[in-house]
Design a protein around this ligand. Structure first.
Ligand SMILES: Cc1cc2nc3c(=O)[nH]c(=O)nc-3n(C[C@H](O)[C@H](O)[C@H](O)COP(=O)(O)OP(=O)(O)OC[C@H]3O[C@@H](n4cnc5c(N)ncnc54)[C@H](O)[C@@H]3O)c2cc1C
Length: 481
């Protein structure tokens, strides 16, 4: 079937399956219908709930300002889909175009969208992770459990990791008058995401708000009492902190396990795709019927040297889902690239933090407006002589201007006049990011280019490349790809 005809047929009566029924999955489904997709749509999600919003879980929900079951995502339109909620996808037959489900069923597709996001990285010592009082925060159920425990007036909450989630949890606790200790391996909070200069401001924020902040330490173990309740955390500096609630905020793990052996280019760093959201197979060849969007995706971005970016950003999930949906039902000539400039926001200790671009690529930072001491500023990050990112503390309105500088590759250090001439401004200083080879938690943008550790292909010149391990089935004749 010629490509034009195929896409006509696909839009009329094709089968689209979306795995991951959350933000990216829902927005993709809405976009598909808005663009006239009239075929069958199946939404598969392992959580039992219709799509809900996660950012409030570490903010309004923990503060008791929003009920955890009232954070459903607003619907842009009806999507007329078959919902398979509470059942996980467990496998993908790439050649046969079928998704295997945990209940044994197989769901065939003509186009598949993978939007399975990430999950919270658990505490690595399983027995300690099982102690009563040890929590993670990713899902609605996690938030219900943690909120219930916070309401029961714990003596102290111990947060492991001072990335965005850990810091927001500490902030919510302090706002409710709960004693909090935060342990962070780096020298300050948010260092992985924003570097040491801004991290120092975040450290002051924590301490001024009464957080017992311990930096440059790791947690070596959690101790339980005789009935299996957590009672203390042991730190690498030999100190012991008594606590009855521990929140593990060590970043996220990408939900790609179900794709093992499928032949897709999927692994711990996400599912690799091109700028048009088409997944790569494990040999680096782009597929034409499997698309990826949201936190689980990693894709190259021309503004950032075509490096593969893995983003854990709400806005990225929406924008990438819209592009993926458009491309899924469009012929190649109509396809679009996902060129979203990364943007992330957080609110903690009464301060609005927003970043744009990829701060962790920055080698230098200069404060162009406001003042670090006042905790109201804009910092601009430079990489190889151009503006690569900006961060604002309580100064959001300027970020659009900096976005244009990033998009146009403006020179760094910046040289525009400003009315704001405070001593620390106008002078680039090292941005002070940790050694990228060291594990840090907290970056919400990860540069995930080629790593020799990921090598899965063995080049044997005399023999053909190994085939994917998924069983081979003839390609659907309706799909010309
Ligand atoms: C507490 C918290 C606070 C946040 N705050 C902010 C913020 O302030 N600003 C910001 O920009 N971003 C924030 N984020 C990040 C933002 O919520 C994510 O970027 C967004 O949720 C990504 O959407 P997604 O659909 O790609 O993935 P997810 O929301 O992770 O959804 C993926 C879905 O797929 C399901 N799934 C996984 N595996 C399978 C499987 N095998 N079969 C079926 N279903 C599966 C998952 O259970 C989940 O329901 C926050 C996240 C959290 C957890």
């Amino acid at each position: 079937m010629p490509a034009e005809e195929f896409h006509e047929w696909l839009r009329r009566e094709g089968r689209i399956v979306v795995v991951g029924a959350s933000l990216a999955g829902l927005r993709a489904a809405e976009t598909l219908r808005a663009r006239g997709f009239a075929g069958s749509l199946t939404m598969i999600g392992d959580e039992p709930y219709p799509p809900y919003d996660r950012p409030p879980l570490s903010k309004a929900v923990l503060l008791g300002q929003a009920a955890p079951d009232r954070t459903d995502l607003p619907r842009r339109r009806a999507i007329d889909a078959t919902w398979r909620l509470g059942v996980a996808a467990t496998g993908l037959d790439l050649a046969g175009k079928r998704v295997r489900l945990a209940d044994g069923e197989e769901v065939p597709y003509d186009r598949l969208l993978i939007a399975t996001g990430v999950r919270a990285r658990p505490w690595p010592k399983e027995e300690e992770a099982q102690l009563d009082g040890v929590f993670v925060l990713r899902t609605r159920d996690d938030a219900v459990r943690l909120h219930r425990r916070l309401k029961a007036a714990p003596r102290r909450v111990f947060v492991i990791g001072a990335g965005f989630t850990g810091s927001e949890i500490a902030s919510a606790c302090r706002q409710q008058g709960i004693a909090v200790t935060v342990a962070e391996r780096a020298d300050a909070p948010l260092v992985g995401a924003l570097g040491g200069v801004v991290g120092a401001v975040a450290a002051d924020l924590h301490r001024d708000n009464g957080v017992d902040l311990r930096t440059g330490v790791t947690v070596t173990g959690l101790e339980g009492d005789s009935v299996g309740r957590v009672r203390a955390a042991h730190l690498s500096d030999g100190s012991v902190v008594e606590t009855d609630v521990v929140v593990v905020a060590l970043g996220a793990v990408r939900n790609t396990d179900w794709l093992a052996g499928s032949g897709l280019g999927a692994g711990p760093r996400g599912v690799a795709c091109d700028a048009g959201c088409r997944a790569f197979d494990f040999r680096g060849i782009v597929t034409d019927d499997v698309f990826v969007a949201g936190d689980v995706a990693r894709s190259p971005h021309p503004l950032f040297g075509y490096q593969f970016l893995s983003l854990e950003h709400w806005g990225n999930a929406v924008a990438q889902a819209e592009v993926a949906a458009h491309n899924m039902i469009s012929a190649s000539s109509d396809r679009r690239p996902h060129m979203w400039v990364p943007a992330f926001w957080s609110s903690q200790f009464g301060v609005n933090i927003k970043s744009i671009g990829v701060p962790s690529m920055g080698t230098e930072i200069m404060i162009t407006q406001g003042s670090l001491a006042e905790r109201r500023f804009v910092g601009v990050y430079g990489h190889q002589g151009r503006v690569i990112a900006a961060v604002s503390f309580d100064n959001t309105r300027w970020l659009e201007f900096y976005q244009r500088l990033i998009e146009s590759g403006s020179p760094f250090p910046v040289e525009f006049p400003t009315v704001d001439r405070r001593p620390e401004g106008r002078r680039p200083v090292p941005a002070d990011f940790p050694d990228p080879s060291l594990p840090t938690h907290g970056p919400t943008v990860t540069l995930s280019g080629y790593s020799p550790a990921d090598r899965r292909l063995v080049f044997t010149p005399s023999r053909p490349s190994p085939a994917p391990s998924a069983p081979h089935r003839p390609t659907d004749p309706r799909n010309p790809s």
